[in-house]
Design a binder for this molecule. Structure first.
Ligand code: PRX
Length: 638
């Protein structure tokens, strides 16, 4: 134990959080407001399902907004900066409160109540945040769908969530180009098997849109009608559902990651204190998007729960110039910043003087997550800004960091190449995938957690407890353990290193994609017989998707022009159905895929060949000619 008076080390805090799980989290629960106190801290009577803070009543919107009104009503809460439409607007906590209540009143007038789902398919505009917080206020369950997803992806999420309402906008804008949302939404609602009764459109005046009578409502009109209406907080039992967020895995169907209310709020409040070290009254800036888990946890809920102002940035890191992110840091005196390695690699290609132009003295640390942070990029940005750069590793499923350093507990040095050490609450192990036994230090294993998972982690897969257990808790033999599906290794000092996924998930510019989803999309094209998609290392985006396609009629790809045209068509199919983020960088045509004799596509060998590595053990291959074709296709493309 630590000497009396000395603060406990991270290792000690971690050990205590596992050994005295309930008292540890009961203490953290004091970081938020409860309308009624909880009784039991943890119910783990039905492993692996964990229920936290039973009987406690609270509300995320209250904790993020209302509770700050007494002390900081007139301080900034939501700072909207758009370099796309050239708008800069600050909402104080009082103003944010007003707008959230108005949105809540509009939702209620459209029949949305406690437990109903609301799909939020929106660009990075304040109304998107109002919509999320309004759902939280009235106990509706939001499901934000990333604006980069197209009609088919949106339709499958609508079918799974069965929303009472979809909130959307006429259009978004990316790098100066208007992206119409409404036609994509209309197409999705046509595809969906059970469309919602109501659609609420925030009209930004960016693109004309067609109103479907009786279904589509204009937000500005309804807001006017509910300007001064009061909508009280709906106090929810801690384990009610706050939101679902779809994420990709091994199958073609995304899973609805379901989160609770109380555990979620406590976990985020604790992470703001111990990991991000953000103080009330300061400004937080995350460059993520509300469509991803980082946007949920660290644009919307985390900073606001901590009483910080949060920046909602609609724009790219390069427009109007590569200094824009740092200009925003200076302008709003940002103290904590969160971004992704890809954004930094993009900036690294620009003139370094952009970094020196702005006063970054308010900034204490830059947090990076979502994909592996390579050492050259980490060193470059740490030197360029002269601030600690803190890698952190986690997942949509966990909602907050699994590995990082926690300077609110102990000032341990980050180590280049490692996202850090096990965070409090996670009973982290590296397990042998064949035996389920723990591997030793400096040995590779599957990064896994012994349940119960801590507060804030997913409760289950939306309406699919079996899938939750089957997907996450059934892959390690001989023991009940949550698999992250990442390989990892731990050094003698407890620092972990992430070595890549164990499944078919790829990571393109920090965006998590299932190769199966892309394959299913390509296969929907009438010319395609079968295909394989793999993630290939890329110096800028981390990974890119590369596709190998077998045509029903190979003569359709007989010459270079035909191949080019078909490649274009296939990419357009992905853009239209899945969204441009899933688009492969190349589509190669072959007449067969390398498969085992039992018919399994040898994706790892394909990936190895694409990365000019040894394709590994090929004794099970059915026809070695398939690999030769692949080599030739890649050689011709090189
Ligand atoms: O493979 C790991 C990678 O991204 C996956 C989770 O992605 P997502 O659900 O989108 O959540 C992102 C939340 C930050 C992980 O399973 N990953 C995430 N962070 C890191 C990472 N890989 C290496 N280093 C990281 N810091």
């Amino acid at each position: 134990m630590a000497a009396q008076g000395a603060a406990p080390s991270l290792k000690e805090v971690h050990e205590r959080s596992i050994r005295e799980r309930e008292s540890f989290w009961a203490e953290q629960a004091q970081l938020i407001d409860w309308n009624e106190p909880f009784g039991q801290v943890l119910d783990y009577s039905r492993p692996p399902f964990a229920r936290w803070f039973l009987g406690g009543r609270t509300n995320l919107c209250h904790n993020a907004v209302d509770r700050h009104l007494a002390a900081r009503a007139h301080q900034p809460a939501l700072i909207y900066e758009s370099t796309e439409v050239d708008v800069s607007r600050v909402y104080t906590f009082a103003e944010l409160h007003r707008e959230v209540v108005r949105m809540a009143a509009v939702m209620r007038s459209l029949g949305v109540g406690r437990g109903d789902r609301v799909i939020v398919y929106m660009p990075m505009i304040p109304e998107a945040v109002f919509a999320m917080l309004a759902c939280a206020r009235i106990g509706a369950i939001h499901s934000v769908v990333f604006g980069g997803f197209a009609s088919h992806s949106l339709a499958s999420r609508i079918d799974d969530a069965e929303p009472a309402l979809v909130v959307s906008a006429d259009a978004g804008s990316r790098a100066g180009k208007v992206i119409e949302y409404k036609p994509l939404l209309d197409a999705a609602l046509q595809l969906a098997s059970r469309a919602p009764d109501k659609v609420l459109i925030v009209d930004r005046g960016l693109a004309p849109w067609e109103r479907v009578a009786g279904r589509d409502e204009d937000y500005a009109t309804l807001r006017e009608r509910h300007l001064d209406e009061d909508v009280p907080i709906e106090w929810l039992e801690s384990n009610e559902v706050s939101y679902t967020l779809y994420t990709s895995g091994t199958t073609g169907t995304p899973k609805g990651v379901q989160r609770d209310v109380g555990g979620h709020a406590v976990a985020l409040a604790a992470s703001m204190k111990y990991i991000f070290c953000g103080n009330a009254g300061e400004t937080y800036f995350s460059t993520s998007d509300i469509g991803w888990v980082v946007g949920h946890s660290y644009i919307v809920y985390g900073p606001l729960i901590a009483g910080m102002a949060t920046i909602l940035y609609e724009g790219t890191p390069l427009r109007p110039d590569p200094g824009i992110l740092w200009r925003l840091v200076e302008k709003h005196r940002v103290s904590v910043m969160f971004s992704a390695p890809t954004a930094i690699r993009v900036l690294k290609k620009q003139d370094p003087s952009w970094l020196a132009k702005y006063d970054l003295s308010s900034l204490r640390a830059l947090f990076l997550a979502g994909e592996p942070l390579d050492e050259p990029t980490a060193r470059w940005i740490a030197e360029a800004i002269g601030k600690p750069v803190i890698d952190n590793y986690w997942q949509t499923e966990t909602g907050w960091p699994i590995l990082t350093v926690a300077h609110g507990i102990e000032k341990t040095e980050p180590r280049f190449g490692s996202p850090g050490m096990a965070m409090y609450g996670y009973d982290l192990r590296l397990l042998d995938e064949r035996t389920g036994e723990e591997v030793g230090n400096n040995e590779k294993g599957v990064v896994a957690m012994i349940p119960p998972l801590p507060p804030g982690c997913m409760q289950t897969v939306w309406r699919n407890d079996d899938r939750f257990v089957q997907t996450y808790f059934s892959t390690v033999p001989g023991r009940l353990a949550y698999s992250t599906f990442d390989w990892g290794i731990r050094d003698d000092d407890g620092y972990y290193f992430i070595l890549g996924r164990t499944d078919d998930v790829i990571n393109v510019a920090g965006h998590r994609l299932g190769t199966r989803e892309i394959e299913e999309t390509l296969s929907s094209h009438p010319a395609v017989a079968e295909c394989a998609v793999v993630g290939v290392a890329d110096s800028l985006k981390g990974q890119v998707a590369t596709a190998f396609v077998v045509l029903k009629d190979p003569s359709k790809a007989a010459d270079a022009n035909a191949r080019l045209a078909l490649e274009g068509e296939l990419m357009a199919t992905v853009d239209k159905r899945l969204g441009a983020i899933g688009r492969p960088n190349r589509v190669h045509f072959v007449t067969m895929l390398p498969k085992t004799r039992s018919g399994k596509v040898l994706r790892r060998s394909i990936q190895a060949l694409c990365e000019r590595r040894d394709p590994g053990d090929l004794t099970t291959i059915e026809d070695p000619g398939a690999l030769e074709q692949l080599r030739q296709a890649l050689g011709a493309a090189a």
